[in-house]
Design a protein around this ligand. Structure first.
Ligand SMILES: Nc1ncnc2c1ncn2[C@@H]1O[C@H](COP(=O)(O)OP(=O)(O)OP(=O)(O)O)[C@@H](O)[C@H]1O
Ligand SMILES: [Mg+2]
Length: 157
């Protein structure tokens, strides 16, 4: 399994790394954002949204109560925050699979709430090192495209 690791030294840098990733996404992708409360998942998601071309004046905030926000961009973006998910059946009601395995990019905060911890996709793990620094690990799980792997190599190595 390929794994890339970078240290971000502030919110702006995490935004930038997310944006770089967003720019290189050319096909439907499931991105799973792991990390504790305040680790920077939403900041990273905001960067990806910008990289996909969501307008700079569109606020990207955690869909804490709605569970999912949809943005139109180069590829449709579905931003999930599953923190408040109490029952995996709610995912069916949301139509989760249609978004996660559809024609757009799905970003999932709190993927621990999914039943399958081995969900194939692009996993991003954010770890708080101190107030300003975060270790960001990126890796592909399961069957994912070669193109994506090559693109990640360009951005993260
Ligand atoms: N290097 C960094 N990268 C990202 N965020 C940082 C960094 N340094 C400090 N921060 C701060 O950490 C906080 C990250 O908040 P964010 O909402 O992105 O976390 P989250 O992982 O989405 O949390 P939650 O699980 O509550 O949704 C922000 O207040 C941000 O300013
Ligand atoms: Mg968040």
């Amino acid at each position: 399994m390929s794994l890339w690791s970078v240290v971000s030294c502030g919110e702006a840098q995490t935004l930038e790394i997310g944006e770089k990733l967003g720019r290189l996404l050319m096909q439907p992708t499931l991105v799973l954002l792991q990390g504790d409360l305040g680790a920077g998942k939403t900041v990273f998601a905001r960067g990806v949204a910008r990289g996909l071309g969501v307008a700079a004046d569109t606020p990207i905030t955690s869909p804490t109560f709605t569970l999912m926000n949809h943005y139109q961009a180069r590829l449709d973006l579905y931003h999930f925050d599953l923190y408040r998910l109490s029952d995996p059946d709610e995912l069916i009601e949301l139509g989760f699979d249609d978004y996660a395995y559809g024609s757009g990019v799905a970003l999932i905060e709190w993927p621990e709430k999914l039943e399958n911890p081995e969900t194939p996709g692009l996993w991003v793990n954010l770890k708080r090192l101190d107030d300003e620094r975060r270790e960001i690990e990126v890796f592909l799980k399961g069957e994912t495209s070669k193109d994506l792997s090559v693109a990640l190599q360009k951005v993260f190595s």
